[in-house]
Write a protein that binds this ligand. Structure first.
Ligand code: AP5
Length: 252
């Protein structure tokens, strides 16, 4: 998605078209949940429905890792790559700088979907400060929930398009032609962090660093928990219902 000026995660300006044509509502959302719960899948569906800007820090990191020419990386990306190559977690400071580089791409007046960010309380506090500076508030934080065995099954069957980043599942959301992206026609790949031994490490990191975010956002009255145990389409319906309740609450 291309920027339409130096907008960033900024305020409530609306497009002049809104006076003549009904525009989809612009939601500003954070998507939370354990690895593999389906955040990226729901973000994809929400972006399609509302035209919101989808920012996935996981996708940003994978793009940095897969970059063929390190000279194309910004200094922040190069710093992130150094940590990843050393097998270390990318520290909050670098993540925040990376998000700031991309935040300016959010088109003015558009909604946004933050997927995989924030991932720690420190990142959530920094996001809050940045949004406050631009007089922007989050509409809700959607917290997707699923038991661990189902998560493991989802992760081990995941396949991703290297070009458009569309996410498939070999059983639950298969491409029309096995192993090939419906949109790009290129071969799908399996993420190297979807191996059983890596999944356990990711779940531990989630429990330690990210799970505390549910309390953080519950205290702020933003948290909405959604059961992610159904098909992507049914989970999306649940998401839309939850957003409907947000709109009603905001109207009071
Ligand atoms: P990231 O890519 O964000 O990984 P994650 O949070 O672990 O989440 P996933 O992408 O694995 O899962 P998802 O919930 O999006 O599920 P999906 O929709 O794909 O981050 C990767 C790594 O980067 C992290 O581990 C961390 O190291 C680093 N990182 C990222 N952000 C960071 C940050 N802010 N700070 C520091 N480090 C950071 O679905 C999974 C599968 O299930 C798919 O195959 C899908 O088709 C299928 N599926 C989805 N929904 C359903 C359904 N309803 N029914 C059946 N199957 C379904």
């Amino acid at each position: 998605m291309k920027p339409d000026g130096a907008a960033g995660l900024k305020g409530d300006e609306t497009n002049s078209n809104t006076q003549t044509m009904p525009q989809p509502r612009q939601y500003r959302l954070v998507l939370l949940g354990a690895p593999g719960v389906g955040k990226g899948t729901q973000a994809e569906l929400l972006a399609e429905r509302f035209g919101a800007y989808h920012l996935s820090t996981g996708d940003l990191f994978r793009a940095v890792k897969m970059s063929k020419d390190e000279r194309e990386l910004t200094p922040t990306m190069a710093r992130a790559l150094e940590y990843m190559n050393a097998g270390k977690l990318v520290p909050d400071e670098t993540v925040l700088a990376l998000v700031a580089e991309h935040a300016k791409d959010v088109p003015r007046g558009k909604g946004f979907l933050l997927d995989g960010f924030p991932r720690t309380v420190a990142q959530a506090e920094a996001l809050e400060n940045a949004l406050e500076k631009h007089h922007v508030t989050l509409d809700a934080v959607l917290n997707y929930e699923l038991p661990l065995p189902e998560i493991v099954a989802r992760l081990s069957g995941r396949r991703t398009c290297p070009k458009c980043k569309r996410v498939y599942h070999i059983e639950a959301r298969p491409p029309k032609r096995e192993g090939i992206c419906d949109d790009c026609g290129v071969e799908l790949f399996q993420r190297d962090d979807d191996r059983p031994e890596t999944i356990r490490v990711r779940m531990e990191a989630y429990e330690k660093n990210t799970a505390p975010l549910t309390d953080f956002y519950r205290r702020k009255g933003l948290l909405i928990s959604i059961s992610a145990g159904a098909t992507p389409a049914v989970t999306f319906e649940r998401t839309l219902e939850a957003l409907g309740a947000v709109v009603e609450r905001q109207a009071v």
